[in-house]
Design a protein around this ligand. Sequence first.
Ligand SMILES: [Zn+2]
Length: 654
Amino acid sequence: MDKGSFYLTTPIYYVNDIPHIGHAYTTIACDVMSRYKRMKGFDVRFLTGTDEHGQKIQSAAEAKGMTPQELVDKIHVNFKELWKALDISNDDFIRTTEPRHVRAVQAMFERLIEQGDIYKGTYEGWYCVPCETYVPESSMGENRTCPDCGRPLITMKEESYFFRASKYVPQLIEHYEKHLSGVMPPVRYNEIMSFLKSGVHDQSVSRTTLKWGIPVPGDEKHVVYVWFDALINYATAVGYLDDPAMFARYWPAVRHMVGKDIIRFHCVIWPLMLIALGINVPVSVIAHGWWTVDGEKMSKSKGNVVDPFKMARVYGADAFRYFLMREVPFGNDGDFSELALVGRVNSDLANDLGNLLNRSIQMIVSYADGVVPSAQPSGDATDSDVRSLGASTLKAVDSAMETFSYDEALKHIWTFIRRGNKYIDETSPWKVHEAGNAGRLKEILLTLHDTLRLSAMLVAPYIPSSAEKMWAQLGLPGSPMAALLDDFAWGAGAGAKVKRGALLFPRIDVEKWKEEKAKEKAMNAASVSDAPASLPSAPSDHEPQIGIDDFAKVEMRVALVTKVEEVPKSKKLYKLDIDLGYEKRVICAGVKQFVKPEELLGHRVIVVTNLKPAVLGGVESNGMILAASVKTPGSEQVALIAPASDIPLGSRVH
Ligand SMILES: [Zn+2]
């Protein structure tokens, strides 16, 4: 039974990012939908991948002494491993450095040049020299500074190719007017329509300042700008260039899931490119919200970034998947809390679903030797009620999934699961057994088995490995994922031999959990405040080792001290003017008691240049000079660190 094709994509993730809850959420949402559509009989294609070009990769590779290709070959694996850990069923994983993609991008670029929709012009923008990157006005810091390094931006002009986006805007507006679900949810649709109506400029699609990218065909001093390159992945992966039959099969059914921050690329620029190329616009772009953690914005400095690997390890991939899909209406922002996750595991998964399975299997074992009896429906009202709720649940889930309302679908599924538990209480099979009513008992056991069989199928897209375990305990062959929801038939499990198994979701003791969390917190705090305060000691086993990536985050450079002043209010501080070659800064250094001004003035020092600015003794300090120190009882020694031989200012310390 082929219902046609269904092609769903995640964004391709920037390969240099550490995978976090946002990546996990988008990908799990796509995985659940793909699994569901497969169980509805669709020919599904599910794509994810990594975005591997751009200046950040080039710089990160240089800092590590690798080529960009070596770096991306190494780190893209982080994402592949996460998808394995989270039970993601993607059919393909595309990397933008793959030859199939490079060729597709060049072919599209060439075609757009030939038809006059890409032309040469001049690009002008704000540019950060040390980061070697343009900064859009929307992400500039205060006083036109770089959001990454905080340094002032300069204006920069270069030759660039432009995509004639403006030409196709009326066609796209007309398309969206006819296709209201072209952008979902409606709040994003409205946002895109008003953006389109306010006008779209032609878009710069190449750079000469960047090296790590796809060369523009026939003009190799340009590389294709990263977003233009990245968007095309969706077409590459279904054979835009290499496999016309595959492209014809999947493209017309393409849907992109994205975070709400990147909808303009997906709902404006990409469709305009497709219209220019005479290719169908995606059926839908579905935008989801963002996650906070315990009510706060997630950030590295707060240390509250949710590590999806850890969540899968501690609670299991299924519990994490269930929580993310259940907790927020899709499209809204959500708040992640581990305590709330624990609560969901206990109430929904252990109590409702786990109990229904255990109690039912137990009774089939006790009253029917573990073999699901066959029975003719007697027309009992309670049984009919369960059946009709099962049928209406299938319909309700389907309409919720049409609008990507995962939480709604789960609410319907859990209403059905709770109905199963209530059915046990209402029918009291142990009483029916005592009364010797064998016919009725058979019917009840079969209804329970049916309820669980349907539940396993309904939860399979969300918690696939638990659904497999349920299926095995129910004595059913194959996998619930291979079953078609539309083919579900009551009574079809008769004759199955059930097997008692381990608890699907053991209850988590909340009090113990809280104690352990408190201990963990105390230990983390201790490891910060217990830094060696007296004699230098060899690093102990307890000091965490860091990887080369952690080290590479600290940017240290050679600087010249050009002025030394005392900070009047402070016993410890000097105010230093330093010259990094490419810029001058002011830094405060707490070495007044140990170092004479002449030991600093005119000398070269090593400065940490990417430290957040801090106000010390009323002076804003933009960095830190390095010194070694040792405290012995009654005295303290300090020695400045300097390069051992002459080297230009601004040279980086590796
Ligand atoms: Zn910068």
